[in-house]
Design a protein around this ligand. Structure first.
Ligand SMILES: [Zn+2]
Length: 695
């Protein structure tokens, strides 16, 4: 109880009693009847006030007890956080909030827990964000790698439904395409950020791929509940268990025939966080294709023109796929129409009370395309950061256009979103966490990674095992090339490669390794982020070294050109690399994508007399792994402070290289530019015992 209120209460009651029992009897004898009545009325009023103060005081004490209880729950929650029991902690914080609506610390803790849980689901991505030197992993758009184009699983694309398992959680069956394909997708969405709800109609044009289909299987997040389904205008039976949404038309879809499936569905509140970590809230809404917020076949399978209408309350802006075709306003709402006739590989949505700013991006020389605008949608408090992001994004687009051809979609939007632990590159726009706009320095690698996905992952649709390499490693290496070009310093790239090598080797040793070509975007294994993002990009760097800068650039350009809006696999990329370089590269792809780990060498050297004028320096290299790698390496020899670089070619498990020198060989540096994925140390100094590099 508040001491002030208690004191007032005591004073009032004391005053009433004093007056009624002590003052009145002494003085009232001489009063007129009216004065007596007035006196009685005064006492009654004072008693009433005192009673009210008592009631207030009682109510207040109750409130205080409730608050104390809320505080107890809050502290119990903190204890549970410290014990690592986030579920119990969340319950405690919820109770604290129930007792004291808006309990600020409990709300904050709940948000943190949700972030943690979201992040755990995308452990891969998160790991990358944990390293302060690494940009948050981009989430992966389509194939996954991870959910940063925020980064991946993270990136795992939506599991495809598996037939015949009603009621079971749909199991991923990523590499078997759905028996029907989606050939056009239209969504009409009513979004209520304050109520955390969504009411939508999906109109999906499908075509059977060659078999008769009695039941159409879609994936759809279980929180998004279908209310009706129609096939070609006729009511169809449906079921929705876990993430498997099955529509049974009155007649089966015959092979090679088309049909229009119309689904009306809703997502109710009150939780702003959608299962999987996406968000519908007044601070911001984002729904990535990975959230499976619309009925579709597996993400790797999605490739269709898309039209999206989104109705939001006045004051909000909604961003989705393709070009903005129209904005309709009424008194309370605004309806945005986004559309692309080109193939999109996913449908995502971002909405908030945005401030938008745009710049035009002139095409670089040799690139022809319609006018392109980059628009930055920030929260009002970050509007001042937009010009910087716009300038950098435009420079990135031009850099990539010079290398990979015209920007593939109608616009590029950079949208700010709350809560998400990274970034996400979806068809024609990227989403960046609000923190990105708070950091003093723009995270260039992060943004350029996400923008690179417009080519790698969004317009070139990766398929099959290892698909994530074609998106994440390509986006990563693109970002590294941009950083080096922007800095005007090739060492920036070399250092990044070196760091990626170290990160990958460390993570693989700790969490487990897997050949890149076997990585399953739906089922990340071990150190999958570092395998795909880091080693994957180093593999591209080694390919560049192997075929040369020119052939490498031609390969990337041809891959983008030949597969724009098409599906591509690792063997497709290999064929193009072989065509553009004129070399068989089967060995390269086998050793770098088909195996785990990297090179592991032991080496030693000695100087032997050869003639009176010169000596023979002998360098012995032993490859200690299961099978030797092929590699063209540089070695630097330090002969009594005279430095010379030589090229050697490794092909066998043990090799000896002889160099004629004047003086004594004192130090050898293997692969001085850190091109190859191998363990340090790479400096070797003479020693009676050979120095071991790698294991
Ligand atoms: Zn990415």
């Amino acid at each position: 109880m508040l001491p002030g209120l208690l004191a007032l209460n005591v004073a009032l009651w004391g005053g009433v009693l004093l007056y009624a029992l002590v003052v009145t009897p002494r003085r009232s004898k001489s009063w007129s009847p009216n004065a007596r009545r007035a006196n009685l009325a005064g006492i009654a009023a004072a008693a009433l006030m005192a009673a009210a103060a008592s009631a207030l005081s009682y109510q207040h004490s109750q409130q205080v007890q409730v608050r104390q209880k809320a505080q107890e729950y809050y502290h119990a929650g903190i204890d549970n956080v410290q014990r690592g029991d986030l579920t119990a902690a969340a319950e405690d914080f919820e109770k604290a909030r129930a007792l004291q609506p808006g309990h600020p610390q409990a709300s904050e803790q709940l948000q943190k827990i949700q972030q943690q849980k979201t992040a755990d689901r995308r452990e891969v991505r998160r790991e990358a964000t944990v390293d302060p030197n690494l940009p948050p992993p981009a989430s992966v758009p389509a194939p996954a790698t991870a959910g940063a184009n925020a980064p991946a699983p993270t990136n795992a694309p939506a599991p495809e439904p598996v037939k015949g398992t009603p009621g079971e959680k749909a199991k991923p069956a990523p590499h078997k395409p759905s028996p029907f394909e989606i050939i056009h997708y239209a969504l009409d969405v009513d979004l209520d950020p304050a109520a955390h709800t969504l009411d939508a109609t999906a109109t999906v044009r499908v075509r059977s791929r060659g078999e008769r289909i009695p039941v159409l299987d879609f994936s759809l997040n279980k929180e998004f509940k279908p209310a009706s389904a129609d096939v070609d205008g006729a009511r169809a039976a449906f079921s929705h268990k876990n993430d498997l949404f099955q529509v049974t038309p009155t007649r089966p879809l015959e092979k090679n025939r088309e049909a229009t499936v119309t689904v009306h569905y809703k997502r109710s509140g009150p939780d702003p966080i959608v299962e999987g970590g996406d968000l519908i809230s007044t601070e911001g809404t984002y729904l990535r294709s990975e959230a499976r917020w619309y009925p579709a076949t597996g993400e790797l399978d999605f490739r269709a023109p898309v039209s999206v209408h989104i109705r939001v309350p006045k004051g909000y802006t909604a961003v989705s796929v393709g070009a903005l075709k129209g904005v309709e306003k009424d008194e309370k709402t605004v309806r945005y129409h986004w559309e692309t006739p080109k193939f999109a590989s996913m449908v995502s949505l971002a909405a908030a009370k945005y401030v938008s700013q745009s710049v035009k991006v002139p095409p670089p020389a040799g690139v022809t395309r319609p006018e392109l605008k980059v628009t930055c949608y920030t929260f009002p408090e970050h509007r001042k950061r937009a010009p910087e992001f716009l300038k950098e994004a435009a420079a990135m687009v031009r850099f990539y256009e010079e290398r990979y051809g015209a920007y593939p979609y109608e616009k590029l939007a950079v949208t700010e979103i709350p809560l998400f632990p990274g970034g996400y590159g979806t068809t024609s726009f990227v989403m960046l966490i609000d923190k990105s706009f708070e950091e003093a320095r723009l995270d260039r690698e992060f943004l350029s990674h996400e923008i690179a996905h417009q080519w790698w992952g969004n317009s070139v649709f990766p398929q099959g095992l290892g698909a994530a390499w074609l998106t994440e490693a390509f986006a990563n290496y693109s970002a590294w090339m941009y950083s080096a070009a922007r800095a005007g310093n090739p060492r920036v790239l070399t250092k990044r490669v070196q760091k990626a090598t170290a990160d990958y080797l460390r993570a693989a040793a700790r969490k487990g390794d897997q050949p890149i070509a076997e990585t399953d975007p739906y089922q990340p294994v071990g150190a999958s982020t570092q395998i795909v993002y880091e080693k994957g990009a180093v593999v591209l760097h080694m390919l560049r070294h192997t075929v040369g800068d020119r052939a490498f650039a031609k390969t990337l350009r041809a891959f983008a050109d030949d597969f724009r809006f098409g599906k591509a696999t690792i063997p497709d990329f290999r064929r193009i690399a072989e065509r553009e370089s004129g070399h068989d590269l089967g060995w390269f792809f086998d050793q770098w994508l088909g195996r785990t780990g990297g090179m592991s060498l032991e080496y030693s050297f000695e100087t032997l007399p050869d003639s009176p004028k010169q000596n023979k320096a002998v360098l012995r290299i032993k490859q200690t792994g299961a099978a030797p790698y092929r590699a063209k390496l540089s070695v630097v020899l330090d002969v009594e402070n005279s430095i010379r670089k030589h090229e050697i070619e490794l092909t066998q498990a043990e090799q000896e290289f002889t160099f004629f020198v004047r003086g004594k060989l004192t130090t050898v540096l293997i692969d001085p530019d850190n091109v190859y994925l191998m363990k340090p140390p790479r400096w070797v100094v003479p020693d009676p015992k050979p120095v071991t590099a790698g294991d």
